[in-house]
Design a protein around this ligand. Structure first.
Ligand code: HEC
Ligand code: HEC
Length: 300
């Protein structure tokens, strides 16, 4: 009996040891990537005090969902607070105490918003620069021009810490945490289409849909979301939108109410942001969705 017990304790000890080694390895490997330094060429964009430019910047910030993470007043706050996934905080973009705007140079803004890299050269976590990478120089310049006019708010969000499950999901490629790793920082800048009611411009406006609806817009389970989240809808012509008119689409994005009478929850489908697009922008988005190849739902 003694022998069996001793043997069992040894197996248990070995198992615990293995788990400790595995967790240590996960922390070691993720820290290497979190602490990597990026030395990237930062493009210059024109920043201006022209009121028309500032209005355009405010429009982009509002319709592209910066407030979703950075808060209504853009002074930062919690995005995820979970002991297993981690504690992730969006930073204060104003020039108040604890705010980015207090020290940021124009290059710091471009590096953060377009490349997902902080002023220290380390990659920003969860900041979806991968989507904002496509903003034209004029649009990014307008965003920065607007951010510089924000009234200062004192708020110092706690330091972001990624938990063991968050690290594991990141390491196994199940969630994207570092846009900086995905962006090709040295590639020639993509050419942004001129604004207009065109499918090309609609595509430019729809980059922000892909994080949830998938690069092919066929929807499905959104990576990294809790199990109770609904899957994103299939927006390709084989999905429900085939039955909709342009008017149905505009109403849905402005009110969250679909023609089938379903009220979309803005916590899952951020229609409150996207609904702030102008009529022409929404029409261009609809035009683009119509040009998509039909895909089976959930094939991303
Ligand atoms: C999905 C959530 C999310 C959205 C949407 C988002 N951000 Fe962020 N952003 C973050 C997080 C989180 C950080 C901090 C990352 C870190 O600490 O590693 C951050 C960091 C930044 C920084 C760097 C601040 C600093 O002090 O280094 C800037 C600038 C910024 N965001 C601007 C924007 C703008 C402009 C938009 C909209 C066009 C936007 N963000 C949209 C989550 C988000
Ligand atoms: C943060 C994730 C997220 C983003 C970003 C997002 N969506 Fe959604 N969307 C969803 C989810 C989740 C649903 C399904 C909601 C439900 O079933 O309750 C949905 C549903 C929809 C629907 C309703 C479809 C139907 O058949 O009822 C439309 C239309 C839609 N999204 C369009 C868009 C467009 C256009 C964009 C970009 C401009 C976008 N979404 C960006 C998550 C998102």
């Amino acid at each position: 009996m003694r022998k069996v017990l001793k043997w069992m304790l040894m197996v248990l000890g070995a198992l615990v040891g293995l788990v400790i080694v595995a967790v240590a390895a996960v922390y070691f490997l993720t820290n290497l990537r979190f602490n990597e330094k990026y030395d990237i060429p930062v493009e210059r964009v024109a920043v201006s005090a022209d009121p028309a430019v500032i209005v355009q910047g405010k429009h982009i910030v509002e319709s592209r969902g910066c407030a979703d993470c950075h808060g209504e007043n853009l002074a930062g706050g919690a995005v995820i607070e979970d002991p297993m996934i981690g504690y992730l905080y969006a930073l204060n973009l104003t020039s108040g105490k604890g705010g980015h705007g207090a020290y940021a140079t124009e290059a710091d803004y471009v590096r953060a918003i377009r490349h997902g890299v902080g002023a220290s050269g380390k990659p920003l976590r969860l900041m979806p620069a991968e989507e904002y990478y496509y903003l034209s120089d004029a649009d990014l310049g307008a965003v920065i021009s607007y951010l510089k006019t924000l009234p200062p708010v004192d708020n110092e969000p706690p330091r972001t810490r990624i938990g063991p499950l968050g690290r594991f999901l990141f390491l196994t490629g199940q969630i994207d945490l570092l846009s900086a790793e995905v962006i090709d920082h040295n590639a020639p800048r993509p050419v942004a289409p001129p604004p207009g009611v065109t499918a090309e411009y609609g595509k430019y406006l729809s980059v922000g849909c892909t994080g949830c609806h998938g690069k092919g817009f066929s929807g499905g389970k959104i990576p990294g979301t809790p199990p109770d989240w609904p899957p994103a809808a299939n927006l390709t012509p084989s999905g429900n939108l085939a039955k909709w008119t342009e008017g149905d689409f505009l109403t849905t994005l402005r009110t969250g109410l679909t023609p089938e009478g379903k009220q979309l929850n803005s916590d899952y489908m951020p229609w409150k942001n996207f609904g702030k697009m102008t009529e022409d922008e929404l029409k261009a988005t609809w035009m683009f969705l119509k040009t998509l190849p039909a895909k089976e739902a959930g094939t991303r």
